[in-house]
Design a protein around this ligand. Structure first.
Ligand SMILES: Cc1cc2nc3c(=O)[nH]c(=O)nc-3n(C[C@H](O)[C@H](O)[C@H](O)COP(=O)(O)O)c2cc1C
Length: 379
C-alpha cells in the first residue's frame, strides 16, 4: 500500500525531473545581468575579515514580514538578519503577548521591532522580547503613518531626540541583547545633514550602537506611508557621512536598494544594508547572500528545494493553528508568490498559488501543483 507521503515524494521527484532538476537553481538570463549573479558565487571581497551579523537584513514590514514570511525567507538564506513587523507597546502590554511574539526557532537571527514612546513601557516590552528569545530589539523612529503619529511614536520621535535617548536607555538597562534604532534622515522640511547627525549623536550617548538609516525624510502631513517610501528623495550620502562621523557606530543603510551592485557599493561605505520591498517581491535574490556576504559557501537551495522545505512547516502550522486557530493556507503561501519571479511560468505559478478554490481546500500539496506549472528552461 503506497502512503500519501510516498506518493507525494514520488510526485515531487517526477515534477522536478520534468522541469529539470537543477533548472530551478538557475537565474534567468535577465536576472543574471540585473543582479550580476553567476555560479559558483565567490565570497564578497569587501570587508572580508570580519563579517558583521547585520551585513544584510530584511526590513520590518507591517503585514508582510510576519512569522510565516520569515520562515520562508530563512529557507532561502541562512544568515540574513530578519526583522518582525512593528509591534506596539500597547498591543503587548494590553493584548495577547504570545500571539504577537511567538516565532519559530528556525527564524534566528531575528529582531523584534517595537513601536512606542514611553520609556517604562518600552523597557517592559524589550524584556518580553528578550525572554521570548529575540536576538535584538529595534525601536521604530521612521514610520510616518497617521495612526502611529496619534500614538506619538514612529518618525515623529525624531523631533524629540532626548525622549528617544530616554527610551533607548530604559530598554538598554532592561535587556542584555542589542537595542537598535531605525529612523529617517529628517522629518518634514528638516533638510540639513546636521539634523540626523545630532539625532544619532544624542541617541548614541544613551548607549545605542546600531542605527538603521532609511535614507529619506518622512513627511508627516500630506503623504501616505506608501508615498513616504517613494516621494521624498533618497540621500544615501547622509548615511555614508554618518559612518564617517561616527566610525565606532554600526550604520546600516536602507531605502530603494535593488541590486547586488548597489549592496556592494553601500557596503564599502557603511556596515550593513537593509532590504525591504525587493526582498519581499523577489525573495530568491537572497539565495546568493550567504556565500556573497557571509562567506558561507554551503550549497545554494533551488527554488524547488525551498518549496519542498516549506511543506512540513505548513503542515505543522495548519495542524496546530488551522481550523480552531483560524490559520488559513493562504496566510503562509501569500508570501511565496514571488519565489519564481523572472522565471518562465512564474505567472502560472502565482495563479495556482492564489487559486481560491485550491486554497480553500487547505492542502499544502498546492505548492507541488504550482511547481508543476513551471516551464522547463532550454538547456
Ligand atoms: C508594506 C510595508 C510595511 C512596512 N512596515 C514597516 C514597519 O512596520 N516598521 C518599519 O520600520 N518600517 C516599515 N516599512 C518600511 C521598510 O522597513 C523600509 O524602510 C522601506 O520599505 C524602504 O526600504 P525598501 O526601499 O528597501 O523597501 C514598511 C514598508 C512596507 C513596504
Amino acid at each position: 500500500m503506497v502512503s500519501r507521503n510516498d506518493l507525494e515524494r514520488l510526485t515531487w521527484y517526477y515534477v522536478r525531473s520534468h522541469i529539470g532538476n537543477d533548472t530551478l537553481l538557475r537565474f534567468p538570463n535577465k536576472s543574471l545581468c540585473r543582479y550580476n549573479i553567476g555560479f559558483p558565487y565567490g565570497p564578497c571581497p569587501l570587508n572580508s575579515t570580519k563579517l558583521p551579523a547585520r551585513r544584510v537584513s530584511v526590513a520590518p514590514m507591517m503585514d508582510w514580514t510576519d512569522r510565516h514570511c520569515r520562515v520562508f525567507h530563512r529557507h532561502i538564506t541562512r544568515h540574513t538578519w530578519l526583522y518582525t513587523e512593528m509591534v506596539t507597546t500597547g498591543a503587548l502590554l494590553h493584548g495577547d503577548v504570545a500571539r504577537h511574539l511567538d516565532f519559530s526557532d528556525e527564524e534566528h537571527p531575528v529582531a523584534l521591532q517595537l513601536g512606542g514612546s514611553e520609556p517604562g513601557d518600552l523597557a517592559q516590552c524589550a524584556k518580553f522580547g528578550e525572554q521570548w528569545g529575540y536576538d535584538e530589539i529595534n525601536l521604530n523612529c521612521g514610520c510616518p503613518s497617521e495612526r502611529v503619529q496619534k500614538g506619538a511614536f514612529g518618525a515623529c520621535l525624531m523631533a524629540e531626540p532626548e525622549l528617544v535617548a530616554d527610551c533607548v536607555k530604559a530598554m538598554h538597562d532592561a535587556v542584555s541583547i542589542d537595542v537598535t534604532v531605525k529612523h529617517r534622515i529628517g522629518i518634514d522640511q528638516a533638510e540639513s545633514y546636521d539634523f540626523v547627525r545630532d539625532f544619532v549623536g544624542t541617541i548614541a550617548d544613551a548607549g545605542c550602537r546600531t542605527f538603521i538609516v532609511h535614507a529619506r525624510n518622512a513627511i508627516l502631513k500630506g503623504l501616505s506611508p506608501k508615498e513616504n517610501r517613494e516621494i521624498p528623495p533618497l540621500r544615501y550620502e547622509f548615511a555614508h557621512q554618518l559612518k564617517r562621523d561616527f566610525p565606532q557606530l554600526e550604520i546600516i543603510i536602507n531605502g530603494g536598494i535593488k541590486t547586488l551592485d548597489e549592496i556592494d557599493f553601500h557596503l564599502s561605505h557603511v556596515d550593513g544594508v537593509m532590504l525591504g520591498r525587493e526582498a519581499y517581491h523577489n525573495p530568491y535574490w537572497m539565495a546568493s547572500f550567504d556565500a556573497r556576504y557571509y562567506d558561507d559557501g554551503a550549497a545554494v537551495k533551488s527554488r524547488a528545494d525551498i518549496l519542498e522545505a516549506m511543506l512540513p512547516y505548513i503542515r505543522a502550522q495548519l495542524e496546530r493553528h488551522g481550523n480552531g486557530g483560524g490559520l488559513k493556507l493562504n496566510s503562509i503561501t501569500r508570501h511565496m508568490l514571488g519565489l519564481m519571479a523572472g522565471m518562465p511560468g512564474a505567472r502560472a505559478f502565482r495563479q495556482t498559488l492564489s487559486d481560491s478554490k485550491r486554497l480553500a481546500a487547505g492542502d499544502p500539496v498546492l505548492l507541488l501543483q504550482a511547481l508543476a506549472r513551471m516551464q522547463p528552461l532550454a538547456a
